[in-house]
Design a protein around this ligand. Structure first.
Ligand code: OGA
Ligand code: NI
Length: 359
């Protein structure tokens, strides 16, 4: 899907793009500038159908082997779709609330304070920005975000926002817990592929955890703009915590968007591109996007887990044979960053497509 405004972008205020600090969403403009308007064929539907989303109860993972196998089977079915919600995941409501309130606290700071962390360099370990690449990409997205590395926590936490004063502690506590959960899930996932639960644990233990803390302010005309364009995550897996609904996933069979239903206390799990590669396409990275509303700010906190910066993720040899030839090239998180800085994601360019040997 190619989004483009062509070459005739106007240069009056209503149709130009703005740099971070001056974006429409940060200024709370009462209209949506032309540079945010997506082509009508991709219009968000403000009354979308509810997505069919499997709910996986993780409590059985830590119990006897019969219960564990049942959960592994549920995870396997869910990974074929690429998206599921998890309950009884072990992360307390107060930890999740703490992470959300630190995010709200940060985005509520005056713009100059947030601008201290402003950068459009996708290789920066801590940065504040808007849209995807504000002012560069063809279409702007109604999003403000903070991205920061979170593992090893001691290496990065001192570069995180110093305000609000509780940010580091509350967000840090959530990050460590959600990372443990991600490692446990990754073990269950490789087990579900018949590779054993320790298959990727050494490399995942050394791997990256990138937090994408997203804020979608109320949008005066939510049916013409998007918070995030359709994309899949580069990660092995992403665990998302959201303050309210707004995440949509694509039902590939029906070619329809569906909104992820509210399920109090649940977390969302996305299969990422690197897991699609590992599984030789048995598991699919889910295409998703964020829609907007005109009433309230929505926050989402995505924890993206992958191998190390330069560690290549390749297809498991155990899943390759004559009937199932290798379908993907190997790649690293660093390769994804280079792709991101060179490509217009909002214009429909997908990292996974660059990895496919067999389309
Ligand atoms: C992301 C993402 C979804 C959301 O940060 O990659 O897909 O609901 N976020 O904000
Ligand atoms: Ni995403």
């Amino acid at each position: 899907m190619e989004f483009s405004h062509g070459s005739n972008m106007g240069n009056d205020e209503s149709s130009s793009s703005f740099s971070t600090g001056k974006s429409a969403q940060e200024r709370g403009l009462s209209h949506v500038p032309e540079s945010y308007v997506i082509p009508t064929s991709h219009d968000p539907n403000l009354h979308p159908e509810t997505a069919k989303v499997p709910v996986v109860d993780l409590s059985g993972l830590r119990h006897g082997s019969a219960q564990r196998s049942l959960v592994i089977q549920n995870i396997k079915n869910a990974c074929h779709l690429g998206f599921f919600q998890i309950i009884n995941h072990g992360i307390s409501q107060s930890l999740m609330d703490g992470a959300l309130s630190s995010a709200f606290g940060f985005f509520n700071l005056p713009t100059p304070e947030k601008m201290k962390l402003m950068s459009n360099d996708v290789h920066k370990p801590v940065r504040y920005a808007t849209s995807i690449k504000d002012g560069i990409d063809n279409i702007q997205f109604w999003r403000v975000f903070l991205k920061h590395y979170a593992h090893p926590l001691d290496d990065w936490i001192h570069s995180w926002p110093a305000n609000p004063p509780y940010y580091r502690e509350k967000m840090g506590n959530y990050c460590s817990e959600v990372r443990k959960l991600g490692l446990e899930l990754m073990g269950a996932i490789t087990e579900s592929l018949g590779l054993g639960s320790a298959y990727s644990s050494d490399k995942m233990n050394e791997g990256m955890q990138v937090m994408a803390v997203n804020c979608y302010p109320p949008c005066p005309n939510p049916n013409v703009a998007l918070g995030l364009p359709p994309h899949s995550d580069y990660s092995c897996l992403t665990i998302v915590l959201q303050s309210s609904p707004g995440l949509e996933i694509m039902d590939m069979e029906e070619g329809k968007w569906g909104i992820v239903p509210k399920l109090p206390g649940a977390l969302q799990v996305h299969v990422g591109d690197h897991l699609e590669v590992l599984s030789n396409g048995l598991y699919k990275s889910v295409v998703h996007r964020a829609i907007l509303n005109c009433e309230r700010t929505r926050i989402s906190i995505a924890s993206l887990m992958s191998l190390g910066l330069d560690e290549k993720m390749g297809t498991a040899e155990e899943l390759v044979d004559e009937q199932h030839p290798k379908r993907y090239k190997e790649s690293s998180f660093g390769d994804f960053l280079n792709f991101l800085s060179a490509s217009d994601i909002g214009g429909g360019k997908a990292f996974i497509d660059t990895l496919k040997i067999i389309k």
